[in-house]
Design a protein around this ligand. Structure first.
Ligand SMILES: C[S@@+](CC[C@H](N)C(=O)[O-])C[C@H]1O[C@@H](n2cnc3c(N)ncnc32)[C@H](O)[C@@H]1O
Length: 370
């Protein structure tokens, strides 16, 4: 079945996600802020959900149509062949967004969309009552410059919820962002990777999954697995492809350090859950005591940002300690994400600076190459 797909991601990770989709073998149709469009089929939908490391969700794009007023919106929604997508008794949940459009009331747009879907289902199935107590179908209606776009969220829960993280610290990073930071760092999986502020271990665990070629979605469930119009065989085929690709970890050279003993125990447990404990090693070492050993490698890290004024001095002290660690090993490269406004004044001018969001926080990702 031919499908138009859209994978969403954190702002700033579009280039990485695009590369991932291309390396899965699909052609990019277009790119938008936080979103990549591509066309393929239901196998691509399953593969995208299971394999993409930096995507937050994978959607099917059902239709685009002019929506200057509610009549156009209603007709645009009703013209979609919903009977081919929504299973009998499927629960239809509509979420909306509106920007630069005459229809700016999102609640009204949502209820109008739902009404039009129900009307279409009534007409096409001949059923008077549409019962909704089955599988969920999350529909999204986006209004942008008076154009309506209808999408179905195929992932369900966001893809950063890989399922391996039990305990986390105060400021855990999304798994998808951690994977994106690693991919932007230029790290090769034959090299060592160190995260001196590893917290619950997200960056080292994602690096270990890359090294072992483990698809991030292999052990989780996706909402569209229950949808009738998607051939169940595509999920088995994508999962067995992912199983066949896993390779053993030859040398464990991925390290996570933190000053907090409890969080180090949690990181080790998380690595076990992710089945990468053979590849990522966690130790309780404060950055002030850290010594980089072995062949040259790459630091990828998410240190404290010192957002509260009272914490700022402490964060600045940590950046200076990390700088000292690196001065002893100039053949290592370093990649640091932070929201601290004066980071470069303390650490030195970065060769590359990228704007990224960590949750709602506007950050920069600074790269210092060896
Ligand atoms: C922003 S959190 C890292 C979160 C991590 N990326 C995750 O996904 O869980 C920063 C970490 O720096 C650690 N930290 C603070 N001071 C430190 C020090 N002097 N040496 C090493 N780690 C330190 C904290 O314990 C905390 O876990």
């Amino acid at each position: 079945m031919k499908l138009d797909l859209a994978a969403t991601c954190t702002f700033g990770l579009e280039s990485v996600l695009k590369r991932e989709i291309i390396s899965l073998g699909y052609q990019i149709k277009s790119t938008d802020n936080g979103r990549i469009y591509f066309s393929s089929d239901d196998l691509a939908l399953a593969r995208a959900n299971i394999f993409l490391r930096t995507a937050d969700r994978v959607h099917i794009v059902l239709s685009e149509f002019p929506a200057h007023d509610f009549d156009e919106l209603f007709e645009g929604v009703r013209s979609v062949e919903w009977e081919n997508f929504i299973s009998e008794r499927g629960q239809i949940v509509v979420k909306g967004r509106s920007a630069n459009s005459k229809i700016h009331s999102v609640p009204v747009a949502q209820s109008m969309t739902k009404k039009a879907i129900i009307e279409r289902l009534r007409e096409s199935t001949g059923r008077n009552e549409i019962i909704e107590d089955g599988v969920m179908f999350p529909v999204e209606i986006e209004l942008n410059n008076d154009i309506g776009r209808l999408m179905l969220n195929t992932s369900g829960e966001a893809l950063f919820k890989r399922g391996y993280r039990g305990t986390t610290g105060d400021a855990p990073m999304k798994e998808t962002l951690a994977a994106g930071l690693i991919m932007l760092s230029g790290w090769k999986s034959s090299e060592p990777l160190v995260d001196p502020f590893c917290g619950s271990g997200t960056i080292p665990i994602e690096a270990a999954m890359i090294k072992k070629n483990m698809a991030p979605g292999l052990n989780r469930h996706f909402l569209s697995m229950k949808w009738d119009f998607i051939d169940k065989k595509v999920w088995n085929s994508a999962a067995s492809e992912a199983m066949d690709m896993i390779r053993p970890c030859d040398r464990a050279e991925i390290y996570g350090y933190d000053k907090d003993t409890e969080i180090i125990a949690a990181a080790s447990a998380n690595a076990q859950n992710a089945e990468v404990e053979d590849c990522a090693v966690f130790k309780n070492v404060p950055v002030e005591m850290l010594k980089l050993k072995g062949q040259p490698g790459v630091i990828v890290t998410n240190p404290p940002y010192g957002e509260r004024l009272s914490d700022r001095n402490e964060a600045e002290g940590l950046y200076l300690s990390l700088k000292t660690v690196l001065e002893r090993k100039p053949d290592w490269s370093a990649n640091i994400i932070t929201a601290h406004p004066a980071f470069q004044e303390l650490f030195g001018r970065a060769e590359k600076k990228r704007k990224l969001f960590n949750g709602n926080l506007k950050c920069n990702y600074y790269s210092y190459f060896r």
